[in-house]
Design a binder for this molecule. Structure first.
Ligand code: ZN
Length: 58
């Protein structure tokens, strides 16, 4: 089982899509991606909570 999240699921046109073995790792990668590709989005518990609602297990 893996954890996956895609920017398009958040309503973005960004092609970013990330798959990791653990949710913790996924959030770390999402944070890095947010800083580089979505600097307008603040990294916060609220944003993390939203991202986690978009995470799929694959
Ligand atoms: Zn993105």
């Amino acid at each position: 089982m893996a954890f996956k999240v895609s920017c398009v699921d958040a309503g973005s046109e960004c092609p970013g899509s990330f798959t990791t073995e653990t949710e913790r790792e996924l959030m770390e990668i999402v944070h890095l991606h947010q800083q580089i590709a979505h600097p307008e989005i603040n990294i916060s518990d609220e944003t993390d909570g939203f991202v986690k609602t978009l995470v799929k297990t694959v």
